[in-house]
Design a protein around this ligand. Structure first.
Ligand code: CAA
Length: 289
């Protein structure tokens, strides 16, 4: 496989494009508009620039990595890609439309993968041109830092498709874990109940926001406290995945904490809106309760 296409140039898509280009792949990066993909390339340039200034990468290598990333405004150039990774908004209707459109140009041997964190792979495979060549590849944020990919097969995903994704994961230096096509796969099945429980604890007055976070960072050695991490992921995303766990299992233990619902209703979605459990408008985050 020489080239990889990434559809969706948000934080996840940009990260996937960056690590793919660093591994030597030619990368096509697209979004709803060419300008969005071009801005994502500028962002990647800044990330690489920081790596150069920290002497973790030399200037020539950073330039070569950046040259391998080609922002595109349409899907036609992706016809040559061996692997197409969809990393668009977590909405099934949007993803299905993408699969339908990119399916028209997808190479006969190419694999189509979704970076979904919560939508069933077997169901989405129905919108792809070939369910045998459709698979879930779940990356973690920030992609250049996190060492994992969850690989999720649909009912029809072929062994050949799995082999191709495993080779790609090895090339970009990520460890693969295999998860069944079950709600939340592995990581979110475990992570979201913890974040949701931190919200219950906050709502019930067990402790303050900084104390809940300090308890988990210092008491469990997690790099971020659960409320900081929830803000980092996005509270709307946390609520969405929690609801997927709840509806997908029917188990009341997954019901969303009222305070999480409240924050989402307020539009306080975390870092991306500047306010969530913390307010990010100043030099340092300030708790909002
Ligand atoms: N892109 C590239 N590199 C980044 C980065 C980004 N967005 N953010 C941080 N880094 C790099 C920094 O450059 C730095 O690199 P060096 O060590 O080479 O200098 C390194 O990461 C550490 O960064 P910082 O020193 O700035 O900050 P930190 O030590 O506080 O680490 C963190 C930041 C890596 C984000 C760390 O806090 C962490 O690991 N947090 C937990 C993240 C996590 O749990 N992610 C999974 C979320 S769940 C998910 O993604 C899936 C889902 O479906 C919801």
């Amino acid at each position: 496989m020489q080239s990889v296409a990434v559809i969706g140039a948000g934080q996840m898509g940009a990260g996937i494009a960056q690590v793919s280009a660093q591994a030597g792949y030619q990368v096509f990066l697209s979004d709803v508009e060419l300008a969005v993909a071009e801005r994502a390339k500028d962002y990647i340039g800044n990330v690489l620039g920081r790596a150069v200034s920290k002497q973790k990468m030399d200037v020539q290598e950073a330039e070569n990595v950046l040259k391998r990333i080609q922002p595109v405004g349409e899907y036609e150039p992706m016809a040559t890609a061996g692997l197409v990774i969809e990393a668009a908004t977590e909405r099934e209707d949007i993803k299905r439309k993408i699969f339908d459109e990119v399916g028209k140009v997808l190479g006969h041997q190419a694999v189509l993968a979704s970076n979904t964190s919560s939508i069933p792979i077997t169901r989405m495979a129905q919108a792809s041109p070939d369910a045998e060549r459709f698979v879930g590849v779940h990356f973690f944020n920030p992609v250049p830092v996190m060492g994992l990919i969850e690989l999720i097969c649909g009912l029809a995903t072929s062994d050949e498709t799995v082999g191709k994704v495993e080779s790609y994961a090895a090339a970009i230096g990520k460890k693969v874990v295999h998860a069944n096509d079950a709600p939340g796969f592995i990581v979110n099945r475990i992570l979201l109940p913890m974040l949701n429980e931190a919200c219950f604890a906050l709502g019930e007055g067990v402790a303050t926001i900084p104390d809940i976070d300090a308890a988990v960072t210092l008491g469990l050695n997690h790099p971020m406290g659960p409320l900081t991490l929830a803000d980092f992921i996005g509270l709307d995303t946390c609520l969405h995945i929690t609801n997927v766990l709840y509806s997908g299992t029917g188990d009341p233990k997954f019901r969303a904490a009222p305070i999480l619902v409240k924050y989402v209703e307020a539009g306080w979605l975390g870092r991306k809106t500047g306010k969530g459990f913390y307010d990010y408008s100043g030099d340092a985050p300030v708790p909002t309760r």
